[in-house]
Design a protein around this ligand. Structure first.
Ligand code: CTP
Ligand code: MG
Length: 227
């Protein structure tokens, strides 16, 4: 089933502690965001790719898109202060579509089968997000003392992609903006509408390149895929 993907790429990567947007850092000679773009370029179900970028990085990114022949990139929106603002700018810029997928440009190792499962679930039930079961024991602490051990069997670590019926996602994003509500993922905005959001099991390889150690894991993942 077909979809349009929105890729927020307008961050600055403060936690990566590089001197530029972390998405421009290279893994084996290629900037991180291009790995992400190539997954969608190569997915025959992906109709269009839209990017939220910083105004001052737009030309640089557009040049990469041309050089790597990423023909599915159909447009750019100017990113905002927070990730949620960047996603909303993109949602408001794209032509209406059936299902929209929101995916961090900083997650280059997303699995194609997971994308397909998300899109199918969003087509039938409206909202589906990628997640993996929590591996560690999770506890709550107050002033350094454990107050509760949380039942791990009910806990998921949430990733992107997050897939939604386009009209539902746009409504949720605009309502959050009008209400001054800031969430940490798209699903939170949809949950506020009391709309059920389904979990689709993803892979542990779908890491977000966030801190310097993620570059080590990223290289290792790419190397393992060459074997
Ligand atoms: N993003 C965005 N607009 C923002 C902030 C983030 O489009 N105002 C994008 C990032 O480019 C990234 C994705 O959202 O692809 C996930 O955000 P995150 O990992 O937090 O990236 P940064 O905000 O760049 O990193 P940091 O929080 O460490 O500064
Ligand atoms: Mg951030």
């Amino acid at each position: 089933m077909n979809y349009t993907v929105v890729l927020p790429a307008a961050g600055s990567g403060k936690r990566m502690k590089a001197d530029k947007n972390k998405l421009l850092l290279e893994l084996f000679g290629k900037p991180i965001f291009l790995y992400t773009l190539e997954v969608f370029q190569q997915d025959s179900n992906c109709d269009a790719i839209w990017l939220a970028v910083k105004e001052q990085e737009r030309e640089l990114i557009e040049n990469y898109v041309k050089r790597y022949n990423l023909t599915k990139v159909q447009g750019y929106a100017t990113g905002g202060t927070e990730r949620q603002d960047s996603v909303r700018a993109c949602l408001e810029a794209i032509p209406p579509c059936g299902v929209v997928l929101v995916h961090d440009a900083a997650r280059p190792f997303i699995d194609k089968e997971v994308i397909a499962n998300l899109v199918e679930t969003a087509h039938t039930s409206g909202a589906a997000i990628a997640a993996v079961p929590v591996k560690d024991t999770i506890k709550k602490a107050e002033n350094g003392i454990i107050s509760e051990t949380v039942d791990r069997n009910q806990l998921w670590m949430i990733q992107t992609p997050q897939a939604f019926r386009y009209s539902l996602m746009l409504e949720a994003a605009q309502k959050a903006h009008n209400d001054g509500f800031m969430g940490t993922d798209e699903a939170m905005l949809v949950e506020r509408l009391n709309y059920p959001v389904a979990i689709v099991e993803s892979t542990y390889e779908n890491i977000k390149m966030t801190t310097p150690d993620d570059l080590i894991y990223g290289r290792a993942i790419l190397e393992s895929r060459l074997q």
